[in-house]
Design a protein around this ligand. Structure first.
Ligand code: NAD
Length: 273
C-alpha cells in the first residue's frame, strides 16, 4: 500500500505492524487476514486448526508483500498462549495489534439446540473457556508486551447477541437457535473491552469491541430462517462475509486513533429499532 502521499491510505496503513489474529482460519478470520495483509501487516494466524491456516499463510505470502505466520494454538490454554507470545516476539520483536476473534462454535456440538433448562454445564464451560477466557488470556499475555512497548491496539469481536436477547421466534425448526453460552460470552466481551480500556488508561493501549450481525451462509441456512432473520434488520438482509473487514481495518489502524472503550455495532440495523 502506497501511504506516502495519499491521506486515505495512510490512516489505514499497517505496514510492518505485527497483528495477532485469533480464529484466523474461520469464515470471518480469513477475511480479516486478507484485509490486514493488504494494508501491509504481518499477521500471526493463531488458530487451533492448522491445515487451512497453513494454506492461508501461503496464499497471503503470494498475494501481498508480507510475512504472515500460521501458528497452531488453543487460546483457552494459558501455557500455549504464553509460548506463542514468546515465539512472536522472537521473530517480529513487537506486537502492535491483537484481534480476539476465535470462538467455539456450539453448532459443532449435538447440544447446540438444547433448551436453556437442559443446557449442559460441560458445554457452558467449554464455550466460556474459548469465547471469554481465551480473550482474557491473550489480552493478559500480549497486553503485558503492549504495556512495555507503551503502545498497542486490541479489538474484541462480539455479536448482536452480546447486546440484545436472541429472538427465539426466528429459529423455528432450523436447529440454529443461539445458545445461552453465546449470549453470555459475547456480553462479557463488551464488558471486558470497557474494563481493559479503562485499566490501561494513560498507557496508550486502545481497546474496542466490534459487534456483528449474522453472516449469510446458504450451505446450512434454510430459506425460511434467512427470511425471518432478514426481516429483523433495517437493511432487510443478512451480512455478506466481506462486509466487516472495513470496520476491522478501521479499528486496527490509526484511523480509529481517538477511540477506546467503545463498541462499533454493524448489524444492518438489527439493534436500532
Ligand atoms: N459468522 C457470524 O454470523 C457472526 C455473527 C456475529 C459475530 N460473529 C463473531 O465473529 C467471530 C468469528 O466468527 P466466524 O463465523 O468466522 O466463526 P468460525 O467458526 O468460522 O471461526 C472460528 C475460528 O475459531 C477457531 N477456534 C475455535 N476454538 C479455538 C481455540 N480454542 N483456539 C484457537 N482457535 C480456535 C476455529 O478453528 C475457527 O477457525 C466470532 O467471535 C463470532 O462470535 C460471527
Amino acid at each position: 500500500m502506497n501511504n506516502k502521499k495519499n491521506p486515505v491510505t495512510s490512516i489505514f496503513n499497517l505496514k510492518n505492524k505485527t497483528v495477532v489474529l485469533t480464529g484466523s482460519s474461520g469464515r470471518l478470520g480469513t477475511q480479516y487476514a486478507d484485509i490486514l495483509s493488504a494494508a501491509g501487516a504481518n499477521v500471526i494466524l493463531a488458530d487451533i486448526e492448522s491445515k487451512k491456516n497453513k494454506k492461508l499463510e501461503n496464499n497471503l505470502k503470494k498475494k501481498y508483500d508480507v510475512s504472515p505466520l500460521a501458528y497452531s494454538v488453543d487460546i483457552s490454554q494459558n501455557s500455549e498462549v504464553e509460548i506463542m507470545t514468546d515465539v512472536i516476539l522472537e521473530k517480529y520483536k513487537k506486537i502492535d495489534v491483537l484481534i480476539n476473534n476465535a470462538f467455539f462454535n456450539p453448532s459443532q456440538s449435538k447440544f447446540s439446540s438444547s433448551a436453556f433448562e437442559k443446557f449442559p454445564l460441560e458445554l457452558w464451560n467449554q464455550v466460556l473457556s474459548v469465547n471469554l477466557t481465551g480473550p482474557l488470556i491473550c489480552s493478559q499475555s500480549i497486553g503485558r508486551i503492549m504495556e512495555k512497548q507503551k503502545k498497542g491496539v486490541i479489538v474484541n469481536i462480539s455479536s448482536i447477541y452480546g447486546l440484545v436477547g436472541a429472538d427465539q421466534r426466528i429459529y423455528g425448526k432450523s436447529n440454529l437457535n443461539s445458545p445461552v453460552s453465546y449470549a453470555a460470552t459475547k456480553g462479557g466481551i463488551v464488558s471486558l473491552t470497557r474494563y481493559l480500556a479503562a485499566y490501561w488508561h494513560g498507557k496508550n493501549i486502545r481497546v474496542n469491541t466490534l459487534s456483528l450481525g449474522g453472516v449469510l451462509d446458504k450451505t446450512y441456512m434454510k430459506n425460511d430462517f434467512i427470511k425471518k432473520y432478514s426481516e429483523k434488520t433495517i437493511l432487510g438482509r443478512m451480512a455478506n462475509k466481506d462486509e466487516y473487514k472495513g470496520a476491522l481495518l478501521f479499528l486496527a489502524s490509526d484511523a480509529s486513533s481517538y477511540m477506546t472503550g467503545a463498541n462499533l455495532v454493524i448489524d444492518g440495523g438489527w439493534t436500532a429499532w
